[in-house]
Design a protein around this ligand. Structure first.
Ligand SMILES: [Zn+2]
Length: 209
């Protein structure tokens, strides 16, 4: 089943906005990965906007906001934020193993992020409940990047630019230092592995590779 929230004026919506400008069934927000959501307008009279621009459908991140008629709504206000990453174990040796395991996971996240940009022949991706893409190639490691939610999805069709946005949102949340949680930016995983430590000077955690 898709995690989906119907937005509108009628009381049977998941997110009710009691405002005469808002249509009875105004828009729908659908979760496409841990941190990315597809917002669709349903031909509403007053429209749905992102940054003042009227949209039919758009991929948004957890920290984005949008306007339903003239009402500003935060994505976070509608959906439950995903659980925070597991806290670091308190025993020093367990902590080192945890950091090491989490660090090595970043290789597939980096590869998936790089690879999705090169899927040039695909215009439409159909994500099924099984987490497979029909009509498109699921880049190796993309499952690791998209996370747990991906497998729970029902059937959903997104196009390539939308897929790239989904990957970008996940990359922003997941390509991070397992200790200080600062983002590694566009530093390739192979470089991180060579440097052997977190680039954040205040963190200095050493990755054993
Ligand atoms: Zn760090």
């Amino acid at each position: 089943m898709l995690n989906q929230w119907k937005i509108g004026r009628k009381p049977d919506n998941n997110y009710v906005i009691n405002n005469p400008e808002v249509s009875k069934r105004h828009a729908t927000l659908t979760q496409v990965s841990d941190n990315a959501f597809l917002l669709e307008d349903h031909n509403s009279a007053a429209g749905t906007r992102v940054n003042g621009v009227k949209i039919d459908r758009i991929v948004l991140g957890l920290n984005d906001e949008f306007q339903v008629a003239s009402v500003t709504v935060k994505v976070k206000a509608i959906v439950n934020p995903p659980p925070k990453p597991a806290p670091l174990p308190s025993l020093p040796s367990a902590q080192a193993i945890f950091i090491q395991t989490e660090f090595l996971k970043l290789e597939s996240i980096w590869n998936a992020h790089k690879k999705v940009q090169t899927i040039s022949t695909v215009t439409t991706l159909v994500i099924t409940a099984a987490g497979t893409l029909i009509g498109g190639t699921l880049a190796p490691g993309m499952g690791a990047l998209l996370g747990g939610t991906f497998a729970k999805l029902g059937t959903m069709i997104i196009d390539k630019p939308e897929a790239i946005k989904v990957i970008e949102y996940e990359f922003k949340e997941k390509y991070i230092c397992p200790k200080c949680q600062s983002h590694f930016g566009n530093t390739p995983f192979s470089d991180l592995k060579k440097q052997n430590k977190c680039p954040n000077p205040r963190c200095k955690v050493v990755f054993i590779t």
